[in-house]
Design a protein. Structure first.
Length: 228
């Protein structure tokens, strides 16, 4: 077998194991899933799986790496033109993150199941993606605004808004109760984020005149009595 063919075989086998592990752990949990279960689901021998992952914990960490948004969104961000405005960047990235979340559905279910025990390991793998976005955000808003809004916190809030709504709509079946078009949802999140980061505020509603004078106000043509 040629080296290139061997590399392809190893890559495909690894992906096969990861997919089997993802489906099993998302369905029955990490503690209830053995390496033997994963090997059986992947169609390989029990001993073979250890050639790819030395422990079950190493397998879980590889799953977290594979399910990170960075692998798909990172290259898209890196290829944005330097003169891309903040508004254009956010309006482009938000729908793409939503699409990637659709392909990470089982990964989110896994995270919901295992987050209490293993969530920190997953968060570690999200940091490069968040830090990349935060750096770009700080450059786009300028130093004055960046001093008032922490770019890392702002980016985390944006990503978690998307994840939270995806979980509610797609995993908890919220779309059956109150369907929301994906384009409407992602546009709304992008605009909410931009309004907060850019510091723009909606104009105050004009106060309606009721026709009833406020206490102490003079009526038309009325004269205030002078105190002797």
């Amino acid at each position: 077998m040629q080296p290139e063919e061997r590399r392809e075989l190893v890559s495909n086998r690894r992906a096969q194991i990861l997919q089997a592990a993802l489906s099993l752990i998302a369905r029955q949990g990490f503690a209830a899933t053995s390496m033997e279960d994963v090997a059986r689901a992947a169609g390989i021998g029990k001993g073979t799986i250890y050639l790819y992952f030395s422990t079950k914990e190493a397998l879980l960490e590889a799953l977290f790496d594979a399910q990170s948004l960075f692998s798909e969104i990172g290259p898209l961000i890196a290829h944005l033109r330097p003169d891309t405005t903040l508004d254009a960047m956010v309006r482009s990235i938000v729908p793409q993150i939503w699409e990637v979340l659709g392909r990470r559905r089982e990964g989110l279910i896994l995270l919901l199941r295992e987050g209490t025990d293993h969530g920190a390991k997953f968060i570690e793998r999200t940091l490069p993606f968040n830090e990349m976005l935060a750096k770009m955000l700080a450059e786009k808003v300028g130093p004055a605004r960046a001093a008032r809004v922490d770019s890392f916190v702002a980016v985390r809030a944006l990503v978690l808004m998307l994840i939270g709504l995806f979980v509610e709509q797609e995993i908890f079946q919220g779309k059956r109760v109150r369907p929301v078009d994906a384009k409407v949802l992602t546009t709304s999140i992008a605009e909410l984020f931009l309004q907060g980061v850019n510091g723009t505020a909606a104009p105050k509603p004009e106060r309606k005149r009721t026709g009833v004078p406020r206490k102490g106000a003079l009526l038309p043509n009325a004269k205030r009595k002078r105190t002797p």
